[in-house]
Write a protein of this length. Structure first.
Length: 306
């Protein structure tokens, strides 16, 4: 039995050694697994740099703000929504400038460079030329106050016609003002709201003795024009008790009905106000004038000193 036990013991030891070799992985296998894992990690860190450009070390600029609705606001005053102004003239076009002569800034601006026919607004340029050439001040005042077309036509012909527009556009720096294609039709002179605002600034800040004649005429504008059209739409009807001086324009019907209001408003002529409109020909002067007045009423918050 001793020999048999020894044999069994020897066989058991051999079997145990064999089982240990089968159950424990060889050292090489462990090393291979670790190396493969390291290679995978290295591949993940290198691959993005190979497919994408290296990021700049400089800080990225802040994103641009999203466009916001066009509004003009002055500290201490309610904002003026330019889009809302445009909606007051359905089916037509409207351009607006409000210039504060104290701050020397436009406080409201909507389509300032859009071109319109001038109608009677060109009479201011006719007046400047006529006064410079020695025309009677009373005649010029009558042309402006009552918007008298007959006087305007006579002064236009006597003092240079279309050259009046070219001359004063150059002198004042009116980039969007052009003489009419038909030299005999002074009301077809092309203007912009920005240029009309410049004309008033010139009158008030740079012109000489002619300014007093012109501004006196504009402050004494009659309620009806020489042709019978009521010309108190826009600024006179819209600004309440604020003092004003105006030059209005209206014409029809070469593709549109034109109604413009322009002038200075407030104490010491502080604000230059220009509202130009092109309206459907089906609009009457009365209803079209009301549209212009509504635009001016919307501007009143920008015409009060904070």
């Amino acid at each position: 039995m001793g020999k048999v036990s020894g044999v069994f013991l020897l066989v058991g030891l051999c079997l145990g050694a064999i089982m240990a070799m089968l159950l424990i992985p060889p050292a090489r296998s462990d090393t291979t697994v670790v190396a493969d894992a390291a290679s995978g990690a290295a591949a993940m860190s290198v691959e993005p740099e190979a497919s994408e450009p290296r990021a700049s070390t400089e800080p990225s600029p802040p994103p641009s703000p999203s466009p916001s609705p066009s509004k003009s606001a002055v500290p201490g005053k309610p904002p003026i929504d330019a889009k809302a102004l445009a909606e007051l003239n359905p089916g037509g076009q409207v351009s607006v400038i409000v210039y504060d002569r104290t701050t020397k800034k436009n406080t409201v601006s909507l389509q300032p460079d859009r071109s319109y026919t001038s109608a009677s607004l060109v009479k201011i340029l006719i007046a400047l030329q006529a006064l410079q050439d020695g025309a009677p001040p009373g005649t010029v005042q009558r042309m402006l106050s009552a918007s008298d077309d007959n006087i305007a036509s006579a002064l236009w012909s006597a003092h240079g016609g279309a050259a009046i527009v070219t001359r004063w556009a150059t002198k004042i720096g009116l980039g969007g003002t052009r003489p009419p294609e038909d030299p005999g039709r002074w009301g077809d002179t092309r203007i912009t709201a920005a240029d009309i605002a410049k004309i008033y600034r010139y009158l008030l800040d740079q012109a000489g003795s002619g300014t007093r004649t012109i501004m006196r005429a504009l402050s004494g504008a009659t309620e009806s024009g020489a042709d019978g059209i009521r010309q108190y739409f826009g600024i006179p009807d819209g600004v309440g008790e604020l003092p004003w001086s105006i030059k209005q324009g209206w014409s029809c019907c070469r593709g549109a009905r034109i109604l413009h209001t322009s002038g200075v408003v407030g104490k010491d002529d502080r604000y230059v106000v220009v509202v130009l409109t092109s309206q459907p020909t089906s609009t009457t002067y009365a209803s079209g004038g009301k549209r212009v007045t509504e635009v001016v009423k919307a501007l009143v918050p920008s015409l009060t000193t904070p």
